[in-house]
Design a protein around this ligand. Structure first.
Ligand SMILES: CC(C)(COP(=O)(O)OP(=O)(O)OC[C@H]1O[C@@H](n2cnc3c(N)ncnc32)[C@H](O)[C@@H]1OP(=O)(O)O)[C@@H](O)C(=O)NCCC(=O)NCCS
Length: 292
């Protein structure tokens, strides 16, 4: 256990296609500036330093053997000891045996469509929600703290109502979910945003404030779009697609040449399909299977 030097070696049983190798390195790199690592056989657990969303465990880049059920069990024990969620993520095509191994070790695995942007298929600006521009957050703006809090509150309410259907939770629910950011979280958001490693976007409607939001995490020329959410009252009018498209466009303008995301379900994948994302594989997201 403890921090290991970052040495890249392609994963065992990798499909060695360039995008899959780049994704593997991205997933390994993205937590490293905010976490230390603990190794458990073929798995590495990222333990966040400081406040913020906890990270996952995933296959080790430099492992010589694929992760075993015993490795999964050891990581789960460590996550429980640290008070962390028992969360695991990996790309199925890079670690095809891990699905069965994880299930045998008591995990429930979501097989999420893994999608990559075809830049030629990204619709021109204004194609979605023409009257409601997407605002990319500016880390220097005096409103940045409030903007990030709004982005997070929209996500909290949006993800509490899974699926794509319209619902009753709207701006009042978002305001109830608003939490003032701790200073270290805000500093982290500002630093990463200023460095181009995080991009946040919101859509505001007149008289309602922020109703849709999302973000991107970037490492060099690879970026993941994540956390796309629309308040249930504002769904099915193109806002989720508009936020995704605006983030993708900004990333392309900034020189990112591999933009990907994992869709929570096939129906959500349709939203991203219209933005120009195409399925290339499966992202596995695992947590303990319900007991009983
Ligand atoms: C997924 C989510 C972000 C989509 O947000 P949204 O703003 O409703 O997305 P869109 O409006 O762009 O697309 C949703 C549907 O509305 C349709 N739609 C878009 N504009 C429309 C319009 N003007 N009139 C009628 N329907 C419209 C789309 O065609 C799409 O239909 P489909 O389900 O048949 O494919 C939202 O449902 C959500 O927050 N879900 C919970 C959180 C979540 O799972 N996020 C994604 C994680 S990967």
């Amino acid at each position: 256990m403890s921090g290991i030097p970052y040495v890249y070696a392609p994963p065992v049983a990798s499909v060695r296609d360039e995008p899959f190798d780049r994704l593997e390195r991205f997933y390994d790199a993205v937590p490293r500036d905010g976490a230390h690592t603990e190794d458990f056989g073929g798995l590495v657990l990222f333990v966040r330093d400081g406040a913020g969303w906890p990270f996952y465990a995933r296959p080790r880049l430099d492992a010589t053997d694929p992760p075993s059920a015993a490795d999964v069990t050891a990581v789960r024990q460590r996550q429980r000891d640290l008070g962390l969620p028992e969360a695991f993520e990996w790309v199925h095509e890079n670690h095809p045996d891990l699905l069965a191994v994880a299930r045998s070790a008591g995990l429930a695995v979501l097989e999420a469509p893994l999608m990559v942007l075809d830049p030629a298929a990204l619709p021109p600006p204004g194609d979605f929600a023409t009257t409601t521009p997407v605002r990319i957050l500016d880390p220097q703006a005096p409103t940045f703290a409030a903007d990030v809090a709004a982005r997070r509150a929209v996500a909290a309410v949006g993800f509490a109502a899974p699926g794509t259907e319209v619902g009753t939770a709207g701006p009042a629910a978002r305001d109830t979910a608003l939490v003032e950011l701790p200073v270290d979280s805000l500093d982290e958001e500002r630093t990463r945003t200023a460095a181009g490693r995080r991009i946040s976007a919101v859509v505001e409607l007149p008289g309602q404030g922020a109703v849709a939001s999302g973000m991107a995490l970037r490492v060099a020329e690879v970026a993941e779009i994540a956390g796309i959410a629309t308040l249930p009252t504002a769904r099915r009018r193109g806002l989720g697609a508009a936020v995704t498209a605006a983030l993708a466009r900004r990333l392309l303008d900034d020189g990112t040449n591999l933009i990907f995301l994992s869709a929570g379900s096939e129906e959500i994948a349709r939203v991203y399909l219209r933005v120009g994302f195409r399925r290339i594989g499966t992202a596995c997201i695992a947590e303990p299977a319900p007991v009983g």
